[in-house]
Design a protein around this ligand. Structure first.
Ligand code: FMN
Length: 344
């Protein structure tokens, strides 16, 4: 039996296997009201039927001004809760655990006329220059994370992931390249981390389940103006102290550049493993992990505790079934009896 496809308790959740659907925006909310549509029921339902252990639904805005696009999901209003609850209930019915990723896009709110950010620095030359947030506005955004967490809790999620990666608002605060503030939210690493700590605390006040945080461990900055791996170790320890149960390690997105080394299978796992050495909580890895043998190798060698799959699950809803065959895992059955005859 493979480690990848065996049940495990990870990040405070009892999972049927260690394959997680990584959060992926679908931009399918055509009515621009943040409410799940039949697309979301079918899209996530298919992955639940194929036995993904945990589905983390796509980036969900805590504030309409913090949407990546107007077609994002959102939990900034109580009216959005009932349809989220129906979606989550249906995925539970299909046997998967469900998490939600809460996000504020900050300067990367592409459809927003006046985006906000820690400092008035645009993402790139084609992006709007954001307005610098006042301290009052920062506190309001923190409260919005808390309110969205309460709504996610009411909708029945099993866990909440705080999006601190890929150059969105919390990542903009963390990184010295996008945060030039001189008040208590800028300057030292501790100050740049302050909003993340406050968000983690308020989410915890409003949700009794596990909290995970996604981080980008490098900005691929040519000039070296970014947090060092030691800084990230410190951030990891602070998050552990804040009772965060899992660090979801990704990279990039803060600057308009890609990796500064050849991209290969598992190219981000080295960052997850680095962080795992410094914390006592679980760490997940993501990024070109389509090869089941590689995913199993990473788990067996304790390089990470959980495997997130993004594009592989977009391409192939039967990824787990194919992985079981490749890993010769005869105990894992991807299909219930209703699909059994299709197996011959
Ligand atoms: C279409 C698409 C949408 C994405 N949206 C999100 C998102 O909402 N939140 C997030 O943290 N990452 C997002 N990502 C990044 C994925 O979660 C994942 O980290 C990345 O695709 C690398 O994993 P993969 O090689 O398995 O695809 C997105 C990726 C894709 C391809």
């Amino acid at each position: 039996m493979s480690k990848l496809l065996s049940p495990a308790k990870v990040g405070g959740l009892q999972l049927s296997n260690r394959v997680v659907m990584s959060p992926m925006c679908t931009y399918e909310v055509k009515k621009e009201d943040g409410i799940p549509t039949p697309f979301h029921f079918a899209h996530y339902g298919m992955r639940a039927i194929s036995k993904v252990g945990l589905i983390i639904t796509e980036s969900t805005a805590v504030d309409p001004k913090g949407r990546i696009s107007k077609n994002d999901l959102g939990l900034w209003d109580d009216d959005q809760v009932p349809e989220f609850k129906r979606l989550i209930d249906s995925l539970h019915y299909l046997g998967t655990k469900v998490g939600i990723q809460l996000n504020h896009a900050g300067r990367k709110a592409a459809d927003e006329d006046s985006p906000v950010a820690p400092s008035a620095i645009a993402f790139d030359e084609n992006s709007k220059t954001p307005e610098e947030l006042s301290i009052d506005q920062i506190k309001k955004i923190v409260r919005k994370f808390g309110e969205a967490a309460k709504r996610a809790s009411d909708a029945g999620v099993d866990m909440i992931e705080i999006h601190g990666a890929h150059g969105y608002l919390l990542n903009q605060f963390l990184s010295p390249a996008s945060n030039h503030r001189s008040d208590e939210y800028g300057g030292s690493l501790e100050n740049r981390f302050r909003i993340v700590r406050e968000v983690a605390e308020i989410v915890k006040d409003n949700f009794s389940g596990p909290i995970w945080v996604r981080l980008s461990l490098t900005d691929y900055a040519d000039d070296g103006n970014e947090n060092s791996i030691d800084d990230w170790r410190q951030v990891g320890k602070w998050l552990e102290t804040a009772d965060v149960e899992l660090l979801d390690v990704s990279t990039g997105g803060l600057l308009p550049v890609g990796p500064n080394f050849p991209v290969h299978d598992g190219y981000q796992t080295r960052f997850a493993t680095e962080l795992k050495r410094s914390v006592d909580i679980d760490v997940s890895t993501v990024g070109l992990l389509d090869n089941p043998g590689l995913a199993e190798y990473i788990l067996q060698n304790n390089q990470a505790d959980l495997i997130m799959q993004g594009r592989a699950l977009l391409r192939n809803t039967n990824w787990l079934n194919d992985a079981a065959k490749e890993l010769h895992d005869k105990k894992f059955t991807a299909f219930d009896a209703s699909y059994g005859r299709g197996q011959k």
